[in-house]
Design a protein around this ligand. Sequence first.
Ligand code: NAD
Length: 497
Amino acid sequence: MTTRITHWIDGKPFGGTTERSGDVFDPATGQVTGAVDLADDATVDLAVASASVAAEAWGQSSLATRSRVLFRFRQLLEERSADVAALITAEHGKVLSDAAGEVQRGLEVVEFACGVPHLLKGGFSENVSTKVDVYSIRQSLGVVAVISPFNFPAMVPLWFVPVAIAAGNAVVLKPSEKDPSASLLLAELWAEAGLPAGVFTVVHGDKVAVDRLLDHPDVAAVSFVGSTPIARYVYEKGTRAGKRVQALGGAKNHMLVLPDADLDLAADAAVNAGFGSAGERCMAISALVVVDQVADELVARIADRVATLRTGDGRRGCDMGPLVTGQHRDKVASYVQAGGEAGATVVVDGREGEFDGAAEGFWLGPTLLDHVTPQMSVYTDEIFGPVLSVVRVGSYDEGLALINDNPYGNGTAIFTNDGGAARRFQNEVQVGMVGVNVPIPVPVAQYSFGGWKDSLFGDSHAYGEDGVRFFTRGKVVTSRWLDPSHGGLNLGFPQNT
Ligand code: NAD
């Protein structure tokens, strides 16, 4: 039995024409559990038309109205977070506790957006010129599109949707076709919270839907998260069509361990950040850069910890779940093979693990490779799986140079007890999000999330102040109330007196 997963248009499930459809798997059983509708151009057009109508009224709604809807949505999301998490685990595979964590981080952005009356406050200057006042306002854009990846089916949409809606826009979300169901539950909760029909729309699909959104003249802005090649494509195509675009791409996150680090803390952090969500996080640590003198000891401590991890069905209390698809599992396993053949030491081989789940599940256990060099594909490529590569370096400077030479610049971390070294690192590293003894430094909602270099195209990061600016347009009003003393003809450029 497979469930049909439909679009959500005009405040309700869209049972219209069946177009193409895609298989949705339960990664822990390997079985197809759903068939997701994949939109064609006509369905995208219908969705954008509904959103355009809704955007007009919503953009004029009071800040009080918007913040009340957001507070209600926040409450509902908290109450239903276990249900959202269950949907994520069923289609993505990550363990339930991790899925709940992702919902919680999304909730934080909703809480940030609840403060919309404060976030949209403008500036006011009285008497910039005699009896002339100036003030700034921020207005909504209209219809904005959010295109999200498979690895955070709730959190990544929630990075953008609450802020865009709070700012008065209507949002068309195009979630990943691999795990589309969580977005529909979010749509139900928005409706229950009192959001008018059409302000939040879900269109499922693949490249066809994405291309139509990027071409559509009524879509004003696009927030994209996914792999670097697609992020670059979306940025180039979207901006060419005159849209505002922020496109967050892939990553290769390094954790630099200096000799004075607390090695138990570093080993715990490397395991948690390397293997959490089976390494399918854009902030996962995949390259562990260790100064030689402590490398043997750190690798041994990590291997001890990995031996205690249970990989299996995310509903059974395991530490790590399966990979998202069989194809992706095979690709990640091929990197392990290539690493071994290129001369890396396979300290722990996840291909040989035991798994607490159905034999057909998309399993690969945590894998630890040592003596990885920067030339190996296991180092150069974003693997997006449970593979931690140890690269040994002679010094802080060598480690820093390695990180800065990498084309990606999403997240990084330094582990040390030397405050001076940490301070140098935060200043010198060419990466957008930096952790000091914190392995996954995802910024809290009042800051903004975003990488540098090939990890982000565009100049706005997600949520926080950047998010508010991205989803609004600034306007500055210069006003003077009639005062006869300022009358008279003067064709010169206005000067302030
Ligand atoms: P992906 O690039 O394959 O897909 C992302 C989105 O783009 C999906 O909605 C998909 O349907 C769409 N898409 C796929 N191919 C397309 C094409 N040819 N044309 C137009 N649209 C297309 O990424 P994914 O596999 O779903 O997610 C994993 C990737 O996302 C990793 O590279 C990861 O690092 C990255 N990611 C980055 C961040 C970040 O904040 N920088 C966060 C999460 C994930």
